[in-house]
Design a protein around this ligand. Structure first.
Ligand code: HEC
Length: 115
């Protein structure tokens, strides 16, 4: 016997595919910074010393988005990574999206409204 696929499942799969594409599109175009790239940069350069804990600790140093970005800038300088401004934005946006959740200047984090 040949089983027909359940039509509801087919529609669900189509809806999910469309939602996925919209999300991808929105993240690509609506955000100035790219948190995903920031995550890759951060994970390749910054996790050797501190684990996620430092950003989630109760007594954290960074008190707003600019402070988070300033920390990234500072580590960028002291590790001589030579990230450009966009890469610093990306890492700051990644850390902010993931841990801090401070209001982010719209020029940097347009994508925040998607949450
Ligand atoms: C040499 C070790 C080391 C490396 C490498 C390092 N960090 Fe840190 N980082 C620390 C330490 C230690 C602290 C805590 C400083 C304090 O408590 O005053 C810290 C704190 C921070 C904070 C502030 C956390 C808070 O309390 O809000 C940020 C943001 C941060 N680091 C980002 C980065 C980024 C981005 C990179 C990669 C470019 C990086 N760090 C690489 C050791 C390091």
């Amino acid at each position: 016997m040949h089983r027909q696929p359940n039509p509801r499942h087919v529609w669900l799969a189509i809806a999910l595919a469309i939602a996925g594409m919209i999300l991808l599109f929105a993240t690509r175009t609506a955000s100035a910074a790219e948190p995903l790239r920031g995550q890759a940069l951060y994970e390749s350069r910054c996790t050797s010393c501190h684990e996620k804990s430092v950003h989630g600790r109760v007594k954290r140093e960074a008190k707003d988005f600019n402070a988070v970005r300033a920390w990234v800038e500072r580590w960028n300088a002291s590790l001589a990574l030579r990230w450009d401004g966009e890469e610093v934005d990306d890492v700051a946006a990644f850390l902010n999206n993931t841990y801090y959740r401070y209001p982010c200047p719209p020029t940097i984090c347009k994508v925040v409204s998607l949450r």
